[in-house]
Design a protein around this ligand. Sequence first.
Ligand SMILES: Nc1ncnc2c1ncn2[C@@H]1O[C@H](COP(=O)(O)OP(=O)(O)O)[C@@H](O)[C@H]1O
Ligand SMILES: O=C(O)[C@H](O)[C@@H](O)[C@H](O)[C@H](O)COP(=O)(O)O
Length: 164
Amino acid sequence: MGVSGSGKSTTGSKLAGEFGVEFIDGDDLHPAANREKMAAGVPLDDEDRAPWLDTIARRIADELAAGHPIVVACSALKRTYRDRIAALAPTTVFVHLDGGSDLIAERQRGRVHEYMPTSLLASQFDVLEPLEPDEHGFRVDVRRTPAEIVDEVRRRLASPVEHG
Ligand SMILES: Nc1ncnc2c1ncn2[C@@H]1O[C@H](COP(=O)(O)OP(=O)(O)O)[C@@H](O)[C@H]1O
Ligand SMILES: O=C(O)[C@H](O)[C@@H](O)[C@H](O)[C@H](O)COP(=O)(O)O
């Protein structure tokens, strides 16, 4: 989880590669209307995101039911969004790629995205709700390299007491 440009695709795909599991990018599961809205510079609202979150939650639940752990990139900006995912896939561990707006804006500007304009980053920080103590997950600092972040995530996933 994390705002656009926080490194979900980069670190998520690397983590999945190291685990030897599938990586799913939530970007690819947005309905066309959501993509068009973002491309037009308009932030998504709760109603836009609800069916997308359900698609992601169902996909996680289906994969887990088939015995396939997966890594998913999904902004999951609000507590209610994460609860929606956890309701269908309760063993989901949320890893918040957390960082300041200046650094993330700089990284976002340095990449090309199919539909996401950099102008929407501020709206994402506005709605971002960090993990709360009773959520299943932890934060990592995006000032570190992708390799360091992946190592940290692996270490913490191997220590259940640290991410309860
Ligand atoms: N930890 C990191 N250190 C340096 N650059 C990073 C890091 N994580 C991601 N990046 C770069 O930042 C940009 C945004 O990352 P990306 O994975 O596309 O973010 P997201 O999927 O969250 O939108 C990319 O150009 C990526 O190469
Ligand atoms: O909930 C949302 O508003 C979107 O999911 C958004 O968070 C996401 O950032 C875009 O789809 C762009 O994708 P990147 O996060 O990969 O830039």
